[in-house]
Design a binder for this molecule. Structure first.
Ligand code: SF4
Length: 210
């Protein structure tokens, strides 16, 4: 990449978008809402159970013009965008966020919190990962804490993170998809005992939509 492209990337005017699609949010607080998804390539968190490994290598996704991404997003009836990844905050999301906001689009971001926040999302879903825990700032900013449960030890991880979030942050436990048959009963039982938590299912997978 030449210097101009490098500088446009660092300004967020180009972004390595992996895919864009209009669908329903399947997870967490905004479940069921229509939204335009923008998936940014690149992640170095390395979760062993990651179901979107093809997102990891940003070099596979040649940077695209952010203005064009914004123009596509505003064409849909739902005035909401989910920015996800990969780890979308590997890139400067300020320009994208400003452009969407100017056009009246609400911005929801899904992040591990491992990189500094850029842009001004309306909703931050913090999904902490043990390999690369969130920066402290995110615990005060998160609107939603969504912890992926793969085994019983993950409840301890969930509680550790829960202690750091601000009052009012919504708390979700979500079964890791490949282990859902084993972990679902554990999560149900845990939430009955610890009702601050709510279950989040990857409902888009049950609905067979992206
Ligand atoms: Fe996959 Fe998300 Fe973990 Fe990155 S943070 S490895 S995209 S699950």
């Amino acid at each position: 990449m030449d210097n101009t492209a490098d500088s446009l990337l660092s300004e967020g005017k180009l972004l390595p978008v992996m895919e864009e699609f209009y669908t329903l949010q399947g997870e967490g607080f905004n479940t069921g809402q229509a939204a335009y998804f923008i998936r940014i390539g690149g992640c170095d968190v390395g979760c062993s159970w990651c179901d979107i490994r093809e997102s990891w290598d940003a070099r596979l996704y040649p940077p695209v013009n952010t203005d064009e991404v914004i123009a596509r997003a505003v064409q849909y009836p739902a005035k909401a965008v989910v920015i996800t990844g990969g780890e979308p905050l590997n890139y400067n999301l300020g320009y994208l966020s400003q452009g969407l906001r100017k056009r009246g689009i609400k911005i929801f971001i899904e992040t591990s919190g491992s990189q500094p926040l850029s842009g001004t999302p309306d909703w931050i879903c913090l999904s902490p990962k043990k390999n690369s825990p969130p920066l402290d700032d995110f615990f005060l900013k998160a609107d939603e804490l969504k912890v992926i449960i793969r085994d019983a030890d993950d409840f301890i991880w969930a509680e550790e993170n829960m202690k750091k979030v601000r009052m009012g942050c919504r708390l979700y436990l979500q079964p890791e998809w490949s282990q859902r048959n084993t972990t679902m009963p554990l999560i149900i039982s845990y939430i009955k005992q610890n009702p601050r938590w709510v279950i989040s299912l990857q409902s888009h997978k049950y609905m067979r939509i992206p």
